[in-house]
Design a protein around this ligand. Structure first.
Ligand code: IMP
Length: 192
C-alpha cells in the first residue's frame, strides 16, 4: 500500500482524509514518523505556507506527503485575517479572542461576506501539486452553536441558516473549504 504523510497531528483531520481515501493509501501523521517539532510557516500566503510545510517534510524525510493551510478571508477587511487567522488577536492563538477582535473590526460594517479557503500542497515523486477549497458565507454578530472550532460559531455558509458550529460534522465536511480541497486531493490520488 502507498504511504503518504500528512503534515498534521490533528487526529480529526487525519481520520477525515483517511475515510475519503479508503484503503488504497495509508496515511501517517507527523507523530507516526517520529517528528515532534514545529514546521516553519514563514510566508504571508496560504499557497506559500502549504508549499513550505510540504517541501520541508519531503526534504527532511524523502517521503510523499502533503500539508494544508487555511484562512478566513473577510471581504470588507480586504481578505483579513487570512493567513493570520490562527493568531489574529495575538500569539496566544485563542479562538475566543480572535472572534472578539473580528467582530470589533466589523462593527458598523454592513458587508459581512467572507470565505474560508484551504490550500493543500501534495508532493509526490518529487513533484508538487496544489488543491484549493473555498466556501463562501457571512459573518454574524453573535456566536451560535458549540461544535467545531476556530471561527465556526460566527460563520454561516451560503445556502444555509446554520453556523458551522451548529452543523453535523458530516455536513460541514461535505461543504467546507477543507472538505472540498480534500476531495480534490483524493480524486487526484485515486486517479494516479
Ligand atoms: P489551519 O491552517 O487549518 O491550522 O487553520 C488556521 C486557522 O484558521 C485556525 O486556527 C482557525 O482559526 C481557522 N480555521 C481553519 N479551519 C477552520 C474551520 O473549519 N472553522 C473555523 N475556523 C477555521
Amino acid at each position: 500500500m502507498h504511504t503518504i504523510v500528512f503534515a498534521t497531528n490533528n487526529k480529526h483531520k487525519l481520520l477525515e482524509v483517511q475515510q475519503i481515501l479508503g484503503n488504497t493509501f495509508h496515511l501517517k501523521s507527523l507523530v507516526d514518523i517520529g517528528f515532534t517539532e514545529d514546521i516553519p510557516e514563514d510566508f504571508d500566503t496560504l499557497e506559500q505556507n502549504a508549499s513550505q510545510k510540504a517541501w520541508y517534510l519531503y526534504n527532511r524525510f524523502g517521503v510523499d506527503c502533503f500539508a494544508d493551510d487555511t484562512g478566513l478571508e473577510v471581504d470588507a477587511l480586504d481578505g483579513k485575517p487570512g493567513v493570520y487567522s490562527a493568531r489574529y488577536a495575538g500569539e496566544q492563538r485563542n479562538s475566543q479572542d480572535n472572534i472578539v477582535k473580528l467582530l470589533a473590526d466589523l462593527k458598523g460594517i454592513s458587508n459581512r461576506k467572507a470565505q474560508f479557503r484551504t490550500v493543500i500542497s501534495l508532493i509526490i515523486s518529487g513533484e508538487e501539486h496544489q488543491f484549493q477549497g473555498v466556501v463562501r458565507g457571512s459573518i454574524i454578530d453573535e456566536l451560535k452553536g458549540s461544535d467545531g472550532f476556530g471561527y465556526d460559531p460566527i460563520f454561516v455558509p451560503e445556502g444555509y441558516n446554520l453556523t458551522f458550529a451548529e452543523m453535523e460534522l458530516d455536513l460541514k465536511n461535505r461543504i467546507s473549504h477543507r472538505g472540498l480541497a480534500t476531495q480534490k486531493l483524493v480524486a487526484f490520488l485515486l486517479g494516479m
